[in-house]
Design a protein around this ligand. Structure first.
Ligand code: ADP
Ligand code: MG
Ligand code: MG
Length: 885
């Protein structure tokens, strides 16, 4: 146990909440969990919340530290607080004339919808159920509550799989001709309860516990245990949640939504979590208990239908929406229950939302003067902008619509239907796009939902846990498509008279709810006006310039449209591939002398010149940094003998010549071999041809009055003298071309270097004497600093991450403690030589929000990332400034 945990533990273990006394508040999420902290907060702002108390997350940590034993005096404090609760409610826990029932609810600091366990109606036993029937005058209700308790308790606490209960329930319902759960009468319920008790006995050899305090203790332990059930662990892994103490336990007096037709239960979002529209969005069920809505077992009514059922409650809820939004200043996800026409609030939390909704809500709330621009910028997770950049189905494309369900999470996905989560994972790993098709998704499906391109269910509403989780990930989801008949065993879907198997592609439109046979053409995204506004705010705040990595006019154009302020990395290797060029390139590699090499390279010149002209034209007015050839030469020759012989025939040279050359070029460790600037030192003609193509292209553009700003970047420098030699060669070549082309205009081409070898970082002050700019190649720098070959990490990195030997994959998020020191040092040293030295980064890390925070902190001038990550980088760069304030 860390000393920090100990400190917390020595304090109070239980926090009470009621209108008379509230000990917690919304700032105490870490200790009370989100649910507990917000129950306390809602209570203290005067909303109707059934009273109860919260056992701290620190107690959960203690439970695990003691090898799954409750802290010794915990139950004593529970007992004290139960007495307080009894006094306040005038009801008594146990078989009194007026029994108190409680729920035992999980809830950690970070919300994990449906991943952990909850038990309702605790405190009922064979005697108190009769008393409850008597005092409420509603025998059906009391029995319904009891059967729910045995089922939930059996499932959550005693580990009996839910389907055992389900099967018996279905049988009895059939016998009594009850279509819905709520239609089963008193006799049927009594029979059901007996059968349930039998199931408990058969599976555990124990009777269903009659002592309410024993029930309570076992339930508390079960909730603690649920912190570490597989689906909760998977959820935390996928969502990168760690460092938490555990789950809190909320013990709360019950209110009943299953007391008849004036009762009900529901879930709502204060704004539409799919689109962000400022509309009350929710669902409810009449005569039901909460689990029924969120578990997605029954398809509920939209909350608007409440206007007809109980308009007074509907207006009351709208008032609650207003109170909560102005209090929390963010969209809330609420759970409520109506007992005999009286509304109770059971939960509120910051609502999960899609990327587009996050943007709209943030911008709208600024307009409503509820939050500031800076808060709005911080509120949108930069990576979630990804969802705004995804394609949607082309509205003009033909659609063979099979059925329509509830649009639960927007987006467009096509793929093969799969019927189990394990299949979803294995087929997705094989590179297939799959749609997870389920009757309902349970939290157990978390891994399959994550692997699938989209999720489709035949029951459940759009506030079910499945839908909430899908929206949090921005994953397309349709729920409650009742026309689908899903046959999991035979892996088939029957819709009207069409049968779909695992071999047919289907498409789902999460915006319209349409399920479509076959693939549908997709089209690029349409940016909302809120997105453009948010980007404008981001641009005002950020200090880093955002460039892109692009090596074709097409990519350059996309990047420019996304707001790129130049190209930070234009790789030239692709310019040596392509039909004609690769032939010339191979001739060059096979040539025996420099003259023949020059001859071969000359054939590539016109192609490259044209490439550069294209890119310069698209990027006119903005800098374009071109990296000279980087990969080793053997990448341009075929490696297997069959292709080598084929190549020999087409080039009309003896096969042995090629085989021998490949052999010569073979390297044990190509990443550390003959590549980068080392190539230019040994084959200066390769450098010359590229510089010539760049300079000629620039001159041609200038003559057409296109404002070009090329920059030449030399890769893999480790020693100052490499750069000084190559710089001179580049300068001489440029001068020669200018003269030859009789170009008298102004054309300054800055010459810089990549800093990607640790030695270059260590000697950056020397390197800077020959460099007009630095660009950090953080992929190679990470590789060489860790000593990890990036192509070989697959064998151990997953284990390192699992075992938490590494917190993060250093190729995804820059290792600011190690590799970061080299970056920081190189910037500082470089600027001691040249105070205004321009520094940027062009590795993969340029598009990673967390890394961008680091790059801002070491005062780089720009970052460069792939075109589709530009909006993310723009936002993340603004967030980096705000976070530093
Ligand atoms: P989850 O975290 O899975 O949403 P909750 O603890 O929120 O689990 O419980 C699920 C549902 O059970 C709630 O939405 C609510 O409707 C119902 N519930 C929980 N506690 C009570 C209570 N004290 N009275 C009535 N219903 C409750
Ligand atoms: Mg809940
Ligand atoms: Mg590199």
């Amino acid at each position: 146990m860390t000393s920090q945990n100990k400190k917390i533990i020595n304090k109070k273990r239980i926090y009470y909440f009621s209108s008379k006394l509230t000990e917690g508040n919304k700032e105490m999420r870490e200790l009370l969990g989100g649910k507990g902290a917000n129950l306390a907060e809602m209570t203290s702002i005067g909303l109707p919340v059934p009273p109860g108390f919260t056992i701290t997350t620190a107690s959960c940590a203690e439970y695990y530290d003691a090898e799954e034993k409750l802290p010794t005096d915990l139950m004593d404090s529970v007992y004290e607080n139960m007495q307080r609760l009894e006094k306040e409610t005038g009801k008594y826990f146990g078989s009194s004339d007026n029994p108190l029932l409680v729920s035992v609810r999980s809830g950690s600091a970070v919300s994990m919808p449906g991943m952990m366990d909850t038990v309702l109606n605790l405190g009922l036993n064979d005697q108190s159920v009769e008393k409850l029937a008597l005092i409420t005058g509603n025998e059906r209700f009391a029995l319904d509550a009891y059967r729910r308790l045995i089922n939930m308790f059996g499932d959550v606490v005693m580990g009996i799989e839910h389907h055992h209960f389900e099967t018996v329930f279905d049988k009895i319902k059939k016998r009594y001709k009850a279509n819905r759960d709520s239609e089963l009468g008193i006799k049927g319920l009594r029979e059901l309860i007996e059968s349930y008790k039998q199931i408990v006995k058969e599976h555990t050899r124990k009777k269903f516990p009659q002592d309410p305090y024993l029930q309570l203790q076992l339930a508390i332990e079960a909730v603690f245990r649920s912190w570490n059930i597989p689906r909760a662990i998977t959820y935390r892994r996928i969502n990168d949640i760690h460092g938490l103490l555990g789950t809190a336990v909320n013990v709360q007096s019950m209110v009943f939504g299953n007391m008849g037709d004036e009762s009900g239960t529901g879930v709502a979002f204060t704004r539409d979590p799919s689109t962000g529209k400022n509309e009350f969005y929710g669902e409810f069920l009449i005569n039901a208990q909460g689990e029924d809505v969120v578990a997605g077992i029954r398809t509920p009514l939209p909350v608007k239908a409440m206007k007809k059922w109980r308009p007074d409650i509907y207006w009351q809820l709208l008032k609650v929406k207003k109170i909560l939004e102005s209090h929390y200043r963010d969209m809330q996800d609420i759970e409520f229950t109506i007992e005999h026409g009286k509304l109770f609030m059971l939960q509120t939390r910051i609502g999960k939302r899609t990327g587009p909704a996050a943007v709209k809500i943030a911008v709208d709330m600024v307009k409503e003067k509820s939050i500031t621009q800076s808060t709005a910028l911080l509120r949108v997770p930069a990576n979630d902008l990804n969802q705004l950049l995804l394609p949607s189905f082309d509205p003009k494309a033909k659609r063979n619509v099979l059925a329509t369900g509830l649009p639960a999470s927007p987006g467009a996905a096509s793929g093969y239907p799969v019927f189990t989560s394990d299949e979803a994972v294995s087929r997705a790993e094989n590179g297939e796009s799959v749609i997870l098709v389920r009757r309902e998704t349970s939290p157990e499906d978390i891994h399959g939902m994550h692997a699938a391109a989209g999720i489709l269910t035949s029951t459940g509403g759009s506030t079910s846990h499945a839908a909430v989780v899908a929206r949090g990930w921005g994953k397309c989801c349709i729920a409650g498509a009742g026309e689908l008949n899903i046959d999991v065993k035979r892996k088939k879907i029957q819709v009207n008279d069409v049968t779909i198997t695992g071999k047919d592609i289907i498409s789902i439109d999460g915006t319209s709810g349409e399920i479509i046979l076959g693939d549908v053409r997709k089209c690029p995204p349409n940016f909302s006006k809120e997105f453009k506004i948010l980007m404008k705010w981001a641009d005002k705040k950020r200090k880093l310039l955002i460039r892109t990595n692009a090596d074709s006019p097409k990519d350059a154009k996309i990047a420019r449209d996304f707001g790129a302020e130049g190209i930070g990395l234009c790789r030239t290797e692709h310019m040596f591939f392509g039909d004609q060029r690769i032939i010339a390139m191979r001739q060059m590699i096979l040539a025996d002398n420099q003259q023949d090499r020059r001859l071969a390279l000359k054939k590539i010149l016109p192609y490259q010149r044209r490439d550069f002209e294209g890119i310069f034209t698209v990027m006119k007015g903005l800098p374009v940094t071109i990296r000279l050839l980087d990969p080793p030469l053997h990448e341009f020759l075929p490696q297997d003998e069959k292709s080598q012989r084929q190549l020999a025939r087409s080039m009309k040279v003896p096969a042995e010549k090629i085989i021998k050359r490949v052999y010569q070029l073979h390297e044990v460790n190509p990443m550390l071999g003959h590549r980068g600037c080392r190539l230019s030192i040994t084959y200066p003609e390769i450098l010359e041809i590229q510089v010539r193509a760049i300079t000629e292209a620039a001159i041609n553009c200038r003559r057409k009055r296109i404002d070009v700003q090329p920059e030449i970047m030399i890769p893999l420098v480790g020693i100052e003298s490499e750069l000084s030699v190559l710089r001179e060669l580049v300068e001489n070549t440029i001068a020669r071309i200018k003269q030859k082309k009789k170009f008298k205009g102004k054309l300054d081409i800055p010459i810089g270097t990549m800093i990607e070898i640790p030695r270059a970082a260590l000697t950056a002050d020397q390197v800077a004497t020959h460099a007009d700019f630095f660009s950090f190649g953080t992929n190679d720098l990470t590789q060489m600093t860790f000593g990890y070959s990036r192509d070989d990490i697959g064998t151990f990195i997953p284990e390192y991450l699992n075992e938490r030997i590494l917190e993060k994959n250093p190729f995804q998020t820059i290792d600011s403690t190690g590799v970061g020191q080299l970056v920081e040092m190189a910037v500082k040293k470089g600027r001691t030589t040249k105070p205004k030295l321009k520094c940027g980064i062009c590795g993969e890390h340029g598009g990673d929000p967390e890394s961008i925070v680091f790059f801002q902190s070491v005062q780089l001038n720009y970052i460069s990332c792939s075109p589709f990550r530009i909006p993310i980088a723009r936002l993340a760069a603004a967030q980096a400034v705000l976070l530093a304030q």
